[in-house]
Write a protein that binds this ligand. Structure first.
Ligand SMILES: [Zn+2]
Length: 264
């Protein structure tokens, strides 16, 4: 299994990051892609990859990008900073970038500007995009559309959209990242209704840890903190809804992740 979305720079992992990585290995997580959500965190993500390269060779990789929540706070030269980061061998995608009109922590126009610039950067660098979208599908898709055949791959990370939106993403050959959102019988119901529409060659799995702890974990963990070793609960839920075998889901999502992010 490959966990393509972990916020491993989060403070909540400071105490036991190495033990957490060992637990991940024990349950069969083959690789982890650390999500960068702004320039500073993208640097920290690369630093973690470097830090653990000796003990866990080629286990950690990362993305470099600016999350829409952070769009208001970019430095004037942030694109040069991202370009520099993208040259690091550990960095495998531009992102997490996108649009989030749900909470508008950054002004929508600035979100669009910073998103468009990163999409164009990914095309220039021939790197895949790791994408966030909430309540902004049309504007998001409009920005991506001219670049569909100009970047190696697009990943709609933590997909929580509608059936129409899913169909549009799939028709555009995007990859779909499924998180523990699926394991929530209340707010995840819309996703549970459509997850079977995702072909195995488009599917990716991610915990988005420390967020979105699967509600199907038994016994229930004491802490609300999610971690990569819970990824099997997401695979299990996909299997029970779609009827695909665990083996098929694991084989396909791993192969997809290796192809999309060019992991060795
Ligand atoms: Zn996100």
């Amino acid at each position: 299994m490959i966990d393509v979305g972990v916020n491993l720079t989060n403070k909540r992992f400071d105490k036991d990051r190495f033990e957490l990585l060992q637990r991940a290995q024990q349950v069969g997580i083959a690789n982890i892609l650390i999500t960068g959500t702004n320039v500073k965190e993208s640097h920290e993500a690369v630093a973690l990859c470097q830090q653990y390269q000796q003990t866990l060779p080629n286990y950690l990789y990362s993305t470099a990008g600016v999350h829409p929540h952070d769009a208001d706070h970019v430095a004037p030269h942030y694109l040069e900073q991202l370009t520099e980061l993208a040259r690091q061998p550990f960095v495998k995608a531009i992102g997490e970038c996108g649009l989030d009109f749900n909470r508008n922590f950054s002004a929508p126009e600035q979100q669009k500007k910073v998103f468009s610039e990163q999409v164009s950067l990914a095309a220039n660098l021939a790197m895949p995009l790791f994408l966030h979208q909430r309540d902004a599908f049309e504007s998001w898709f409009d920005i991506l559309k001219p670049y569909l055949d100009k970047v190696p791959a697009m990943v709609s990370h933590c997909f929580t959209g509608s059936k129409t939106e899913l169909e549009q993403c799939l028709a555009s050959d995007m990859y779909i990242g499924i998180t523990g959102w699926l394991c929530d019988e209340h707010r995840g119901q819309a996703l549970r209704d459509i997850v079977a529409l995702i072909p195995l060659n488009r599917l990716l799995i991610e915990t988005d840890a420390p967020y979105l702890t699967p509600r199907t974990i038994r016994p229930k963990p004491k802490s609300s903190r999610n971690e990569p070793s819970y990824l099997p609960y997401i695979v299990q839920e996909i299997a029970s809804i779609t009827g695909h075998s665990l083996e098929d889901i694991i084989a396909h999502t791993s192969e997809n992740a290796r192809r999309v992010f060019a992991l060795c």
